[in-house]
Design a protein around this ligand. Structure first.
Ligand SMILES: Cc1cc2nc3c(=O)[nH]c(=O)nc-3n(C[C@H](O)[C@H](O)[C@H](O)COP(=O)(O)O)c2cc1C
Length: 312
């Protein structure tokens, strides 16, 4: 009922752990699969270890999380051990994620990770929290997206998904650039830029001043991004951003997503949120008479295109 195929990889259900949340160790990612996820994405890795930004790096409330973790990770060599450990524990699909500050860095990482047992490679071009170090994210420029996608495709046999940002005027144009350069899928969205101020302390809460907004507040933004991209590209979309309930996940699929990324919901509903969301998807499918996800993928577009206005 819930199984999905994306880039030739089979998923038992469409829910994928988004990058950066519980994705640092093989054991942690295995726990997420045991809690009902269809696949996991590992934390973005760079060539060398990165400490990330100083604390505080995260603040949240019932509607949003704001983080400026700053891509802290142990580097590709350590990540390799965790990937291998995960693959010993589970046959579920594993999505690798890479991050670099330069085109060459991305290419070297892609070459390196190509030897590892990942099923799909996500290319994180869109972190909004490391601008002071790396300047504008590549995901803000069609030309940069095109170049890096093309370069990486030449170096890896793995299917690649380009991770895009909602901090742009027209994300569909960026998705088209990635598709034209050979991307196999799009992951969208990364966090949207934001900040929080402590009124009593009279200063920004995050040490980095600003960060990326995730969680429920991001959902309508992400949903529109997926809807717009689905009209523009033929490659599959991993719809990510604020998905917290089964209805959110179904809406993402109706907007056009093939898989649905789930990140911050882990903070709101616990590690077993994957099982909870899956149960909610099944309940809604049963009550709505939906037999499988192919039946409803992108259906929100059809209903709008066939819209009939009745004048009473
Ligand atoms: C603490 C934290 C760390 C993150 N780290 C990464 C990362 O390393 N690479 C990446 O591509 N996205 C990263 N993200 C973004 C998520 O993968 C996801 O795109 C975003 O949070 C929106 O989904 P959500 O609302 O379900 O969390 C991170 C998000 C959070 C909250």
């Amino acid at each position: 009922m819930l199984d999905v195929t994306l880039c030739g990889v089979q998923f038992q259900n469409p829910l994928v752990l988004a990058s950066g949340i519980l994705g640092l160790t093989g054991a942690g990612m295995y726990r997420v699969i045991e809690s009902g996820a269809g696949a996991v994405t590992m934390k973005s890795v760079s060539e060398q270890e990165r400490p990330g930004h100083p604390n505080p790096t995260m603040v949240g409330n019932q509607t949003y999380f704001l983080n400026a973790v700053g891509l802290s990770n142990p580097g590709i060599e350590e990540a390799k051990k965790e990937i291998e450990h995960f693959k010993q524990l589970s046959h579920a699909p594993l999505i690798g994620s890479i991050f670099a500050g330069t085109r060459d860095g991305f290419v070297r990482l892609a070459e390196h990770i190509d030897e590892m047992p990942i099923d799909l490679l996500e290319v994180n071009l869109s972190c909004p929290n490391v601008g002071q170090e790396f300047a504008e994210p590549f995901a803000y420029s069609k030309e940069a997206v095109k170049q890096i996608t093309k370069d990486i495709k030449e170096k890896t046999k793995k299917p690649i998904s380009i991770k895009l940002s909602p901090n742009v005027w027209n994300i569909a144009e960026l998705a088209k650039a990635a598709e034209a350069a050979g991307a196999d899928a799009i992951t969208a969205v990364n966090t949207v830029s934001g900040m929080a101020i402590d009124v009593r302390a009279r200063r920004p809460i995050l040490h980095n001043t600003h960060g990326g907004v995730s969680g429920p507040a991001l959902f309508p933004i992400a949903l529109k991004c997926v809807y717009d991209m689905y009209e523009a590209v033929k490659i599959p979309i991993i719809g990510t951003g604020g998905v917290t309930t089964g209805e959110d996940a179904l809406a993402m699929i109706m907007a056009g997503a093939t898989l649905v990324g789930v990140g911050s919901a882990v903070y709101y509903r616990g590690e077993d949120c994957f099982q909870k969301i899956t149960n909610e998807i099944k309940d809604t499918m049963n009550s709505e008479g939906i037999k499988n996800l192919d039946e409803i993928r992108g259906i929100a577009h059809e209903t709008m295109n066939n819209k009939q206005i009745t004048i009473r």
